[in-house]
Design a protein around this ligand. Structure first.
Ligand code: IPD
Ligand code: CA
Ligand code: CA
Length: 258
């Protein structure tokens, strides 16, 4: 029942996102002027939660807009009702819904759906990653200097050593293409599909990355924090690659490449 419920919730949310993307909707500001939430984010969240609750009323839910609905359960649903809200609010068709299921602290299933491109990504632990039911795999690129990368930036400036602008500058000064799509979940899925060779970001939340992280792992890629340690979605740093450029990309991020 977990998989059909996950798919039903992601498809229903995707249909809503597609219906509303170019309509008029209420936009509110969270912290800072550019961190937005629209009424569609909230409607998508309510829709997803109702679908989960119908089948699993006692599961724990962690969702971006409503926060943690704690339950004494070994299952936790981690939801981003619209990832890429700024894109959504501007009618840019690079946004999606992202839903992951964690069991006993391990992400076991994830779905990311961009309804505008009709791209439905699904992954299950030890059972592969799929785009519209076709198995996907990471790329073969083995050198950062020939790689196509993607990153994202937080809503407020991070003035830390090797912060987002420093790392971005370091890579683009070498002529390495680094894209910025504006949706962490899509960035991760596109690494899984082999479109990007690597992705890194300095400040993510669990709902941005939980489903996409499993997508990359199940497509044969590697996901770690900036030190190269096993990735936990409950800390901010993420590096996701095709595995082959992983160690080298970590060095570019920490400025220890030669
Ligand atoms: C944001 C997007 C963006 C990333 C930000 C996230 P939201 O999520 O994933 O790509 O750079 O860090 O907060 O606000 O659109 O759900
Ligand atoms: Ca997000
Ligand atoms: Ca969001």
């Amino acid at each position: 029942m977990l998989k059909p419920t996950l798919i039903k919730a992601a498809k229903a949310s995707g249909a809503l996102i597609k219906e509303k993307i170019n309509s008029k909707f209420l936009i509110e500001h969270k912290e800072g002027p550019n961190n937005l939430v629209t009424e569609v984010d909230k409607a998508s969240e309510a829709l997803i939660m109702n679908i989960i609750r119908e089948s699993f009323p006692d599961h724990y839910i962690l969702s971006e807009e409503i926060g943690a609905l704690e339950m004494d359960s070994s299952y936790k649903w981690i939801i981003d009702p619209i990832d890429g809200t700024v894109n959504f609010a501007n009618g840019i068709p690079l946004c999606c819904v992202s839903i992951a299921i964690e069991k006993d602290g391990v992400i076991i299933m994830g779905a990311v759906y961009n309804p505008m491109l009709d791209e439905f990504f699904f992954a299950e632990k030890n059972n592969g990653a799929y785009l519209n039911d076709h198995r996907i795999h990471v790329s073969d690129q083995h050198q950062v200097k020939h790689a196509c990368l993607v990153t994202g930036f937080p809503y407020s400036y991070l003035n830390s050593e090797n912060g987002p602008l420093e790392v971005f500058g370091r890579l683009i000064r070498e002529g390495i293409p680094v894209r910025r799509l504006g949706s962490a979940a899509i960035d991760l899925c596109w690494v899984a599909a082999g479109r990007f060779d690597g992705y890194y970001e300095h400040k993510l939340q669990a709902w941005d990355s939980a489903a996409g992280f499993l997508m990359v792992e199940e497509a044969g890629g590697k996901v770690t924090d900036f030190k190269g340690d096993y990735y936990s979605p409950y800390q901010p740093h993420l590096v996701a690659t095709n595995r082959k450029i992983h160690d080298e990309l970590l060095k570019w991020i920490s400025n220890t490449h030669q």
